[in-house]
Ligand binder design. Structure first.
Ligand code: TMP
Length: 235
């Protein structure tokens, strides 16, 4: 399968049409942004790691019954995926307080929740991805009640699978963001990526952050953290 023309360039990936109208190629870049693009930088080798990691994790999720867009890895940066129309919701699942949750509710990071939480943001850069609830998403025509129920069920299933997988590698899955899409026949499948850009991953022993927070918060050792988390996945 070959790239025909670039149809979209995002902050971390480019998307190309292919000869097959139902398939796209995503190409992972080393570009990193944070705070809705206000902070910009490069994390050398990130694209290669995110491509591999996302594909490995999506293949495992698929095996466990969560449908995903993953078709096949073409090379170290490029992956063939099913074409979908992205549902403009960022679906965030949390097991432990961190990031915007800690800030919004005035609590410290690291509180282990009794049960995981889910929240949605409306994917809209101009509006700064505002939080939105299910009723508001339905009112705006972003998704139907049935679609939101499907998305919620898949998101919690993804959490259980990934939490166990990372735990077996000595890593705590703190929180993560998912995006879902709709195929031409209306089926909801998991899309976008699952990587250290989109998850918080802490070393279970030391609590060391092994994810994009090192870039967001200028903690240093960004490239090393991406390599370390990839190594853990292969342990
Ligand atoms: P938050 O605590 O900043 O809301 O982030 C929650 C999770 O979502 C965290 O694992 C990082 C991820 N995330 C993204 O993947 N993209 C984004 O644009 C944001 C804000 C967060």
């Amino acid at each position: 399968m070959r790239k025909v023309n670039m149809i979209y360039e995002g902050k971390a990936k480019k998307v190309y049409a292919t000869d097959d109208p139902d398939l796209l190629i995503v190409s992972y870049k080393d570009d990193a942004t944070a705070f809705n693009g206000l902070k910009r930088g490069t994390i050398i080798g990130k694209g290669v790691i995110n491509n591999r990691m996302s594909n490995i994790l999506m293949a495992k999720l698929e095996e466990a019954g969560v449908p995903t867009h993953f078709v096949s890895e073409l090379n170290e940066r490029d992956t063939l995926v099913k074409k979908v129309k992205i549902v403009p919701l960022e679906v965030i699942v949390r097991n432990i307080s961190a990031g915007s949750f800690a800030k919004n509710y005035g609590v410290q990071e690291g509180i282990i929740f009794e049960e995981p939480t889910i929240e949605f943001s409306y994917k809209n850069d101009e509006l700064g991805d505002p939080l939105i609830n299910d009723y508001q998403a339905i009112a705006l025509g972003i998704a139907t009640r049935a679609e939101i129920e499907t998305i919620t069920k898949y998101a919690f299933t993804v959490n259980e699978i990934l939490r166990a997988l990372w735990a077996s590698r000595g890593v705590t899955l703190v929180d993560f963001k998912l995006e879902f899409g709709k195929t031409s026949d209306g089926t909801i499948i998991l899309a976008d990526e699952i990587s250290p850009d989109t998850c918080r991953l802490w070393d279970s022993e030391t609590g060391k952050k092994l994810d994009k927070d090192r870039f967001r918060r200028d903690l240093g050792g960004v490239e090393e953290a991406y390599h370390e988390i990839m190594r853990r996945l292969f342990d």
